[in-house]
Design a protein around this ligand. Structure first.
Ligand code: KG4
Ligand code: ZN
Length: 342
């Protein structure tokens, strides 16, 4: 397959965003659309898998039509179809996986099953044909990972959260503070007006000597604090909480990069939109002579462009996924279940 001309249709439905993208080559995003369900799940304070699944089913077909029209292509210009196969909510994954496979079969084109976390991991290099060696910090709603990336499809997970993900901690603390879901952007907004030194909250596992994280103790500490001090200022709690999360994430990621001898630290996932996290990383990057790469803002939270981008790398290596390949709700490895020649 000639990569430059490969046109990919990608579908993402692992959580509460239905997303579709059409990409040509490595970086030419012809169209990308997202139908967000966050308004639907807000009243539950989190994503309800069955509700997500039903709403993906309603949204996905019109979105595919729409994105293809926006891309200005016809169906027979599509060279391969990619869907996220995991990790994520099983009933939600099934919608995008089934449609992607059905489209690939009917168009008689290869199917590519993509790992959502590989999508986040490589998103800071969107549009680039080569993935340089680097340390990846992936901070999303479901996962917190430090990864040693030797190159494309050559990853080693160095550390992960042992309980809550960083984004999950933002969401749970926001709920304790009666702030809307998703909590990350709300906490960041409130924290701007707050004093980050007002409460000394625990920096879990900061000195554990490995690259793992734990955020559930921090969340529990916030709960106790709110019970003990009913007249708290939301802004101060938000700022103190955010500063604890940022300190642990940045210290560990920078140390992991240095210990691995990497010169680039690439940061991705929904939490990487956080301005305080970005500022802290930029400062530390200068101090430690590390190049800090962020994913473009539109690719930090869930989207199909990052799925198309990973699929393009596999397609360039003649990759394809058997149509029988199952979805995988849990994260095992970061590789996508694609047969390809490296
Ligand atoms: O990567 P993502 O869209 O979804 C998953 O794959 O999980 O990440 C969503 C997470 C949510 O937990 C949300 O609260 C968090 O990213 N988030 C933020 C910010 N924007 C989104 N966390 C902190 N600060 C933000 N500005
Ligand atoms: Zn995600």
């Amino acid at each position: 397959m000639n990569t430059r001309e490969t046109t990919l249709l990608a579908i993402e439905s692992s959580c509460d965003e239905t997303a579709v993208a059409v990409m040509r080559g490595f970086g030419s995003l012809l169209a990308s659309g997202i139908a967000s369900q966050s308004g639907i799940h807000e009243r539950y304070g989190g994503v309800v898998p069955e509700v997500a699944s039903r709403n993906h089913l309603l949204a996905v077909s019109p979105l595919v039509e729409n994105v293809i029209n926006q891309a200005g292509i016809t169906w027979n210009e599509i060279d391969a179809v990619a869907s996220t196969l995991g990790p994520g909510l099983a009933p939600a994954l099934l919608v995008g996986a089934s449609l992607g496979k059905a489209l690939a079969l009917s168009l008689e084109k290869p199917f590519l099953g993509i790992n959502h976390m590989e999508g986040h991991l490589l998103s800071p290099f969107f549009g680039e044909a080569e993935i340089p060696p680097h340390t990846g910090l992936v901070v999303s709603g479901g996962h917190t990972l430090i990864v040693d990336v030797k190159g494309f499809a050559d990853y080693e997970i160095l550390g992960r959260t042992l309980d809550d993900a960083a984004g999950e901690a933002f969401d749970k603390v926001a709920k304790l503070l009666s702030l809307p879901y998703p909590g990350g952007p709300e906490i960041e907004r409130r924290a701007i007006e707050g004093d980050p030194t007002r409460y000394n909250l625990p920096r879990g596992m900061q000195h554990s000597g490995d690259w793992n994280f734990s955020f559930s103790g921090l969340k529990t500490a916030v709960r106790y604090l709110l019970e003990k001090e009913p007249h708290y200022r939301v802004e101060d709690v938000a700022a103190s909480f955010q500063s604890a999360v940022v300190e642990v994430l940045t210290t560990k990621a920078v140390n992991a990069a240095k210990a691995s001898g990497r010169h680039i630290l690439a940061v991705s996932g929904g939490v990487s939109l956080n301005g305080s996290l970005r500022a802290a990383l930029i400062t530390l990057g200068k101090e430690h002579e590390l190049e800090i790469r962020f994913a473009p803002a539109s690719l930090c939270t869930d989207n199909a462009a990052m799925i198309a981008s990973v699929a393009a790398h596999y397609a360039a290596r003649g990759g394809r996924t058997a149509i029988e390949e199952d979805i995988f709700p849990s994260l095992g490895a970061l590789l996508s279940p694609v047969d390809f020649s490296s």
